[in-house]
Write a protein that binds this ligand. Structure first.
Ligand SMILES: Cc1ncc(COP(=O)(O)O)c(C=O)c1O
Length: 487
């Protein structure tokens, strides 16, 4: 695969990302009036997960399963081999996993969290077993705690400094990792989990040097190293951009170096390969055998794992396309554009720009809203109300309660505006920046939220909230004053 990371310059000097693809299939969007958006919020419990896409203009909820697929992926779906066992579609996927991720054994699962379920059930042997990680992801944490495990997050301090410019905020704190394993005893550490492009701290990468250091500690204590590769392509892209040793490396080389350091690699194909599905892979036959028994139990036979064969074909092609830097760079470049535009307007953002989405610092935008009233959830609702753009709360609503049922407040209260691969145009991104700037200037009108329905597990998905006052009406009144008849 050619290395293609040269930045295309404009004669005007403008610093804007240029799309290296063309649009061939389009989908109509709906920008409904602000009164309808308020009604939709009430119907959906002020939770953006519960909005209908008929009420959403730009869907920046997530990149999961929403990246644009390539013409080659769609074409491959037509040649799927629909067999329960021994499907040729799966053989093609296995070959792709071997070529791209350099792992011989592949266990298919229906999506990333199914891999987390299998790893937790297979390796958490005793209540209190501890899984060190750079940072948790919601579903990883839920599965670990469900089987009696605990986690410890081991980032360096700069990761929690939202406006720090550190290039690798996802790095694992090596000294703390060593100390935690020594203190706990390797027998009670089922595995170490490293997450590529650490999602919940703003899509921030780790460096390969850091992963090498984690590997050394894993070897020192004989503990397995598990890599969550859901956002591996983007982490690899940022390694090329930011880690001098890899400035001239190809995506294939960087990805192989990262996966080569892990005993087990698992992924959500909804992210990694712009398709649907997931997988667990390893080069260790004993590990593969340990885990494989759970696949037919929870997922499906070992040659489909609960995934449609058409999606398996799309996954295989998508994995190869992950090596194409000109494809992977599109979303991070749009994110950098959006973050830089907003920072220039004074909006507090997670920096440096990461991957997956642009992350607004709700703790600072809504400094007047206490964490007990969910500032990031409130900002997500307010932004949808005034723009029709659906983002995702990544703060205390996304946290789970502790064993005693107490709230655990998030380290960061973020509104994530996801930028799926090759989905939006630059004028849409400019609209997002424009409306967020307006909301920031009117931030004092945003009020808090309270739970009115709180599910016991992963409450952020289906939970219902309500505004603590009539702040949405006041925000609408100001919007109408400034924008008149504009939607
Ligand atoms: C880093 C990370 N790990 C795991 C998952 C879970 O994957 P899935 O949504 O396919 O279950 C996600 C999903 O967003 C993720 O971002």
């Amino acid at each position: 695969m050619n290395k293609n990371n040269a930045k295309i310059k404009f004669y005007s000097g403008e610093d804007i990302p240029l799309e290296l693809h063309k649009v061939r299939v389009v989908q109509k969007l709906h920008l409904v009036p602000i009164e309808r958006r308020l009604a939709a919020l009430h119907e959906g419990g002020f939770n953006t997960f519960r909005l209908s896409t008929l009420d959403v203009f730009l869907d920046m909820l997530t990149d999961s399963g929403t990246n644009a697929m390539s013409d080659k992926q769609v074409a491959a779906m037509m040649q799927a081999d629909d067999a329960y066992a021994g499907s040729q579609s799966f053989a093609r996927l296995q070959k792709a996993a071997e070529d791209v991720l350099k792992k011989k054994y592949l266990l298919p699962v229906h999506q990333g969290r199914a891999a987390e379920n299998i790893l937790a059930i297979a390796y958490i042997k005793e209540k209190g077993d501890l899984i060190p990680m750079n940072y948790h992801f919601t579903t990883a944490l839920a599965h670990i705690t469900q089987y009696g495990g605990r986690i410890v997050e081991l980032l360096y301090d700069e990761a929690y400094n939202i406006s720090s410019q550190h290039p690798f905020k996802g790095n694992m704190n090596i000294e703390k990792l060593d100390a935690v394993i020594k203190e706990t005893g390797a027998a009670h550490i089922p595995f170490i989990r490293m997450e590529a492009s650490t999602n919940l701290i703003g899509g921030q990468p780790f460096s390969i040097q850091n992963l090498r250091d984690v590997r050394k500690i894993a070897d020192k204590y004989g503990v397995r190293l598990v890599l969550d590769a859901s956002l591996l392509g983007e982490n690899a892209y940022l390694v090329i951009q930011r880690e001098p040793e890899f400035a001239n490396a190809t995506m294939a080389e960087v990805i192989a170096t990262m996966t080569g350091l892990a005993d087990i690699v698992y992924f959500s194909a909804r992210k990694l390969s712009s398709s649907r599905g997931g997988g667990i892979c390893t080069n260790d036959l004993a590990i593969s055998r340990e885990l494989e028994a759970f696949v037919p139990l929870f997922e499906g036979f070992l040659t489909y794992g609960g995934i449609s064969v058409r999606e398996i074909e799309a996954m295989a092609v998508g994995l190869y396309e992950t090596l194409d830097e000109s494809m992977i760079c599109q979303s991070p470049q749009y994110i950098a554009y959006l973050v830089n535009e907003l920072v220039a307007k004074g909006v507090p953002m997670v920096t440096p720009p990461g991957v997956l989405g642009a992350h607004v610092d709700a703790m600072r935008v809504c400094a007047h809203i206490p964490q007990t009233q969910y500032p990031a959830g409130a900002l997500a609702a307010a932004f949808y109300l005034i723009s029709g753009v659906r983002g995702m709360e990544r703060g205390s609503v996304s946290n789970q309660r502790d064993e005693d049922g107490n709230e655990t407040y998030a380290d960061m209260e973020l509104l994530r505006l996801a930028v799926p691969r090759r989905v939006f145009t630059l004028s849409q991104i400019k609209y997002v920046a424009d409306r967020m700037t307006w909301l920031y200037e009117n931030r004092n009108l945003i009020g808090g939220l309270k739970f009115v329905y709180e599910p016991p597990v992963l409450r952020f998905f289906m939970g219902g909230l309500a505004p603590v006052s009539d702040w949405p009406e006041k925000l609408i009144a100001k919007f109408k004053k400034d924008f008149g008849d504009s939607l």
